[in-house]
Design a protein around this ligand. Structure first.
Ligand code: ZN
Length: 227
């Protein structure tokens, strides 16, 4: 028997397909392994003020558009699946940050290695400014899925587009799924370079004044275009 397609699924089809594409791409790019990460996109249309997020416990290769779960800002869940266990920080980031349209969360190996040392990424390379500031912070540890973790993540993301999560992973946000994904790849690249630098010495950090110049150039030239 053919089940009639849910009107919401049809209406949000491109967004649902985009979420699945990014979820698959982050594993393909080596910034996530297995089912550990999650991806979401804000949805705002008549009667809905919330977001779409990957489901809990479904391998990305087996995830269909109907498996993507809708969560409202009130925490109401609409869909056949259970949303990612990290839906709280997705909800709270969207509520705190009107500039954010998409969120990518991964357990990228190098970013997570630094996060396990409770180390953020300082201004060791000018491209750190791609995340919006002079550094990429590491949020304090809290149990996955908790309000405490969400509160820490929102705080670490203040004036930033990415943060690490202690003993856990990283979050990258952006104005689109593509931008959030590209930033997650960039953060993992920076984490790897910082990690490699630490193997042979103490990296020389760029001054706050120099990072301010870089941030101004990014803002002026729109390169890289993350905002
Ligand atoms: Zn996680």
């Amino acid at each position: 028997m053919t089940v009639p397609a849910d009107s919401r699924v049809v209406e949000d089809l491109p967004l649902r397909e985009g979420i699945i594409a990014v979820a698959l791409a982050m594993n393909g790019a080596g910034i996530n392994r297995g089912k550990s990460g999650n991806v979401s996109a804000r949805v705002c249309r008549a009667g809905v003020d919330g977001f779409l997020v990957t489901p809990s416990g479904v391998p990305y290769a087996e995830t269909s558009t109907q498996d993507i779960v809708e969560v409202t800002h009130d925490g109401d869940v609409r869909g056949a699946r259970t949303p990612s266990s990290e839906w709280r920080f997705h909800r709270d980031i969207y509520q705190a940050r009107p500039d954010v349209e998409a969120i990518v969360h991964t357990h990228a190996p190098f970013a997570t290695t630094l996060a396990c040392l409770h180390r953020g990424i300082p201004s060791f390379h000018y491209m750190v400014a791609v995340a919006g500031g002079v550094d990429i912070r590491c949020a304090p540890y809290a149990t996955f899925g908790t309000q405490a973790l969400s509160d820490h993540a929102v705080a670490a993301l203040q004036d930033r587009l990415a943060c690490l999560l202690a003993n856990h992973g990283m979050i990258a946000v952006g104005r689109s799924l593509e931008r959030a994904f590209a930033l997650a790849v960039e953060v993992e690249t920076l984490a790897e370079m910082y990690w490699r630098s630490l193997q042979i010495g103490e990296p020389v950090l760029l001054s706050a004044a120099e990072m301010d110049r870089v941030l101004a150039k990014f803002a002026t030239y729109g390169q890289p275009d993350q905002r």
